[in-house]
Design a protein around this ligand. Sequence first.
Ligand SMILES: [Zn+2]
Length: 291
Amino acid sequence: MTAGRLLAALVLAGLLLAFPAPAAERLHATWHPARPHPGDVAWVHVRGATDAATIEGALGDRPLAFFPYAGGQAAVVGVDVDVKAGSHPWRLAVVEPGGEPRSLSGRLAIRRRDFSVQRLTLPTAMVDLDPETERRAVAEGDRLRAIYRTISPERLWRGRFVRPAAGAEPGTGFGARRIINGKPRAPHTGIDYAVDRGVPVVAANGGRVVLVAEYFFPGRLVVVDHGLGLHTLYFHLDSIAVADGDLVDRGQVLGAVGATGRATGPHLHFGAQVGPARIDPTTLLSLDLRE
Ligand SMILES: [Zn+2]
C-alpha cells in the first residue's frame, strides 16, 4: 500500500468512526395524560421505534393497538369506568424489521374519580323484564360487546372528534351509579345530550358503520368503528340515515335524535369504547393527538 492509499484508508476509517452506523434509538414511552382517571381515553406515544416496527403492548391485561404517529408510534388506550385507582403495569415489545426484540415496561398511575349517583323512576315494564324480553336484552348486550372487542386493523379517524349533536349544553351522566326504582343497576356509561327530537346526529369522526339496529334499551342505534378497537355509539335515535358497512366522514349525518328504547324523553345517548373499556366520550372530544 502506498503512503497515499494508507492515508486515504486512515481518513476513511476516521470518517466511519465519526459517523458510526445509527444504533437503534433508545425506546421511550410517554403517556397522555400522565395520570388518567377511570373513564378517560388516554394515549401512549412510543419514540425510538420506526413506523415500520411491530409493537405489541398491554396496559394490565388490555392489549394496545399501535399506529404510526409523529415519527414514532402511538396507541389509544381506554381506562374503563370501573378500573381501580392505583398503579397499573404496562409493557411494550418492539421489533424492527430484521432487528432484535426490545422491550420497555413501567407503571401508569390511575387517579381516583368519584361518580354521581342517579336515582330514576321508570315504568316497571322497562326495569323488571319478562323472561323473553330479558333474554332479548342480554343477547343484544352480548352482540354489542362482541362488536366492541373487534379490533379492525385500519385507523379510520384523524384529528379532532366532534360533538355528535348541536347545542351548547355539556353532556351529562357519565359513570353515574344508577338506582332505578330503588335498586342499584349498572353504571351509565355514555353521556346524554338533552336535545330535541329530530336534531341531526353526526359521526364524531371518520369510521365505518358496523351496526344499525333497534334494541330494547338503546332503541334505534348506530355503532361506528373508527379502527384499532375504537367505537362510538349513538342511541335512542328517531331515524337512521346510514346502513351497515357505510364509510362515514367526521360530521356526516347518521340519523336524528329521538326517544326510542328506554328513554324518558328525546335525547342523544353518546357512548365510546376502546375495546371492552367503557370511556367518557367527553374525554374523546378533547383527545390531543395532532394528526
Ligand atoms: Zn344515556
